[in-house]
Design a protein around this ligand. Sequence first.
Ligand code: ADP
Length: 471
Amino acid sequence: MEILHVSAECYPVAKAGGLGDVVGALPKYLNQLGHIAKVVMPMYRTKYLYNHEWEVVHKGRTNLGSWWFEFTVIKEAKNENGFDLYLIDINGLLDREKVYGYDDDSERFTAFQIAVLDWVSAWEHRPDVIHVHDHHTGLIPFMLKHCFKYRNIKSIPTVLTIHNAQYQGWMDWADSKMIPAWDTWSWGMLDWANKINPLASAIKCADKVTTVSPSYLDELKYMSNGLEDLFEYEKGKCVGIINGIDADVWDPATDTYLQNHYSIKDAEAGKLKSKLDLCETFNLDPEKPLIVFIGRLVGEKGADLLPQVIGDSYYYVGRRMNFLVLGSGFPEVEAELSAMKALSQRDYNAYIGYNETLSHLMYAGADFLLMPSRVEPCGLNQMYSMRYGTVPMVRRIGGLKDTVIDYGEPDGYGICYNYTAVGDITHAVWRAVELYHDKKNLSAIRKRMMALDFSWEASVKKYIDVYNSIV
Ligand code: ADP
């Protein structure tokens, strides 16, 4: 089967979060099973672009409303990632450093999707499936089915994977002129609550919809930023498939970002070296447990509660632990977390920004990883941390609920709590400190976690079942 993934992110080209990790791994594992999976994404101006060789495979000219533009499709020449990788260049829209966050994101991603379909409709053969990811590529199922210019490829089935339903790409109806001519009777397939809603449109028009964990799919029916009724209505074509992790990239024995490698046999000693590195760099006390947070500093992740959780932990549990935060997001949260550095007694620090290398060192060197998420479609951090022998401290929600069992339960290994509330999280911190001093138990838990299998193999088979059901 030939599957074309269309995405705004793909590791290692451009990544802002879990979407990039998944699109960088799933195609590779599909190919290993004998399928042909390809990825097409925008040609941002990232380091990866300049460090690799490319060949031009297509040039086209098309329009976004009344604006005509030329686009170029280039392909990575050496197939370094284990799948064919295509980038689409549109001057003036996609030639930027960052993936998101521009005022014209709607124009950027609409033009990208039009260029993708123009390119595919020029192919001599057809892919068996077009697999789109999140709202940035959510207009594709609609455009394939309803835009006149794509009549020749309209029979290609589509799959939508929802990595995050909070963001839906809302556009005013005035922007409908950006979409190539379509039969107007089908306007309802674009609309949700009087707006063009690319995510809702993809849920309506795609042949199958997947979410990145089974629990998240259940939760979307009562908590999906306005789409609850739609999820209830479309539940027949929705499937929850938990993400895997790319075991080639995320392996403490071979991780190219790490200086000190280790495996399950020498985890204690191996982790300690990375912990000492971190403690020296960030002026922390290596005798105390190291609790880290890695992620976007936004409400979804519960990051707004971090300052109070840290303050309350020092007050109620005592200054018996270190906290180290890596992330960026809401300016207020960033400012608060930065200001707290001045109050550190060798037990707190924060790195505000995005740093892939530091994140790997933190998964390796930390004792505990805090994830007090309000919403967590799948969550990759907890799986990375377990593979690196770091105990996850997670709220029971979405993918966290599906992947972590509290260490108080039989064969458990994590620290779980029910609510994103300061009291619950602080209590989890206390449990972490207690566990840290129970060395024998901690060591057994580490081994148990590191032996868990979160690889893509099982999940890839479920995606293949989804493709088979529509091809
Ligand atoms: P999200 O909702 O952000 O996609 P996921 O848990 O699915 O959350 O994936 C987050 C991914 O992004 C992980 O690979 C994590 O290590 C990475 N990440 C998040 N923030 C940062 C950061 N500031 N620096 C480095 N990596 C980060």
